[in-house]
Design a binder for this molecule. Structure first.
Ligand SMILES: Nc1ncnc2c1ncn2[C@@H]1O[C@H](COP(=O)(O)OP(=O)(O)OP(=O)(O)O)[C@@H](O)[C@H]1O
Length: 499
């Protein structure tokens, strides 16, 4: 009996055929088949970013920072690092880095780019996530990594000397790590004028990002003469999207978004042609409840709903279970992936045609007075809604069902979310910055300043724990140990809280 095999990102793509018992068998196919190549090359050329490749190469050559704004699926993440390699930025042992907020996207995008370049993952194209480094020194030219991992690399190499270009992708997410990274990269640029930055997203406010990275100094209203790259960032807008996405809204607000989600999935299955469904809910509880409801429907309504193959996706799920979302959909079935916002950015799931957006996500909120951080279910922003819809329309036209009204989207939904920096405890950020030698944290160049109360509270907590001394410097050994192994710090914190 053959055991079921699933394709894992990073491995060769399987060919799929039906077996005699109605199941599916997977066979590895030779990766360098010329028709496969021609096909991929065709796909690359039809991406909206392709027409801008020369402009991108020119702007990166001539500007310290280039900001690229382009629709979801236009090719920013997978293509720009390849254009930069073609322009010579990976020559002489240098590496092009591309950061992502989440590890799932890092692995998926790296394996796609390796496939497009016809190379083995881990060689010319590699990736690095926590506890897993799939790169080869001296061989890897394009490296995808989480922004957290790049921050950790700065501990050993504060000026990131091996990188010629750092592309900070999905910069709109404004996670704690992204904001700290952006501030540190700006500092590095002053010391390493040869370093180039690319900031990209479908939904960033390019002007404020440009103002932040504008390193050109003006004296008496005149701009200083610049030697080397232009210090004022270039902004490139990539028009157009891969495929059309039809957006549908509710006519009346839903009283129960979970119930609305289940009925939308079922009606898509009843009424729409073949294609997988990606659902965005808030967290494990909601997702488990939705999976359960769909299973009950399948049990109660027989064959029709048993065609649904349902996969949950949230960060607490073991990695092997998370990777199941990449498995090909068996013939005659419809895959339904029910996810938190970990699938919101950068991911391309080939079979996805329909997206169901509940309009909510779990977000962190911090009260510096009580020093309590909570995860609260809150409405998403328009930027998130666009990202969610953008998981469809990548390899064929798609549809997005928003479980809220158009009036709510237009008039009430905020344009962008609040940066994580302004709604989180800053304890771990302060430790990280201190470990990186940033002594004047209050004077750090933040893209959006954190609340002073939160900063003071973090300093107080770290002093009380013995991590910082009276001069707010890391203590030895506790402070330095904690900065290397966050787990040790958590133990200290538990101890502190029980005192
Ligand atoms: N694993 C994949 N399988 C098939 N096609 C893919 C895959 N990954 C990417 N693509 C194709 O490449 C296109 C560009 O993807 P890419 O991630 O570069 O876009 P992007 O502009 O960065 O999007 P986003 O802003 O959503 O991250 C997709 O729309 C899709 O057509």
């Amino acid at each position: 009996m053959s055991s079921t095999q699933f394709w894992k990102p990073g491995s060769e793509k399987p060919r799929m055929i039906d077996d005699e018992e109605g199941g599916v068998l997977f066979f590895l196919q030779p990766s360098n088949s010329s028709s496969g190549y021609a096909n991929i090359e065709k796909q690359r050329r039809r991406l909206p970013v392709y027409n801008h490749r020369r402009a991108i190469q020119y702007l990166v050559e001539t500007h310290a920072t280039t900001i690229v704004v382009g629709e979801t699926g236009s090719g920013k993440t997978t293509q720009i690092p390849q254009y930069l390699k073609e322009a010579g930025w990976a020559e002489g042992g240098r590496v092009i880095a591309c950061t992502q907020p989440r590890r799932l996207a890092v692995q998926a995008v790296a394996s796609r780019v390796a496939e497009e370049m016809g190379v083995k993952l881990g060689e010319e194209v590699g990736y690095s996530i926590r506890f897993e480094d799939v790169t080869k020194v001296g061989v890897t030219m394009i490296k995808f990594l989480t922004d957290g991992v790049l921050l950790r690399e700065m501990m050993d190499d504060p000026l990131l000397t091996k990188y010629s270009v750092v592309m900070v992708d999905e910069a709109h997410e404004r996670t704690l790590s992204t904001d700290i990274l952006l501030g540190l990269l700006k500092k590095i640029q002053r010391r390493r004028p040869e370093l180039r930055l690319v900031i990209s997203s479908a939904t960033i406010e390019a002007r404020s990002m440009s103002a932040f990275f504008n390193l050109s100094k003006r004296r008496h209203g005149k701009q200083c003469e610049e030697v080397g790259p232009k210090l004022e960032p270039a902004i490139l807008s990539v028009e157009g999207r891969g495929y059309n996405i039809q957006i549908h809204y509710l006519e009346e607000p839903a009283s129960d978004y979970l119930q609305a989600t289940v009925s939308t999935v079922l009606s898509v299955h009843d009424q729409e042609p073949i294609g997988d469904i990606l659902v965005f809910l808030t967290g494990q509880d909601d997702i488990d409840a939705c999976v359960q409801s769909l299973k009950e429907e399948a049990r109660d309504h027989g064959k029709r709903y048993s065609e649904l193959v349902v996969f949950p996706l949230y960060s607490g799920l073991p990695r092997s279970d998370q990777d199941l979302i990449f498995s090909p959909t068996p013939r005659g079935k419809r895959k339904v992936v029910i996810s938190t916002n970990i699938a919101e950015t950068s991911l391309t799931l080939e079979g996805i045609v329909y997206v169901v957006d509940s309009g909510f996500s779990k977000q962190r909120f911090y009260n510096p007075i009580s020093d309590i951080e909570n995860l609260i279910v809150a409405p998403i922003s328009k930027a998130s809604a666009r990202q969610r819809a953008g998981r469809a329309g990548r390899v064929r036209p798609g549809k997005c069902y928003r479980l809220y009204t158009e009036e709510y989207f237009m008039n009430e939904m905020s344009i962008e979310g609040i940066p994580e920096m302004q709604r989180s405890s800053l304890v771990s950020s302060v430790i990280l910055l201190k470990a990186l030698g940033i002594d004047n944290i209050l004077g750090f160049d933040w893209l959006a300043s954190p609340a002073p109360e939160a900063m003071i509270r973090a300093l107080e907590v770290l002093y009380a724990l013995g991590v910082l001394d009276e001069d707010a410097k890391l203590t030895s050994p506790i402070g330095f140990q904690v900065s290397e192994i966050p787990l040790v710090f958590l133990m200290h914190q538990c101890f502190y809280r029980t005192q």
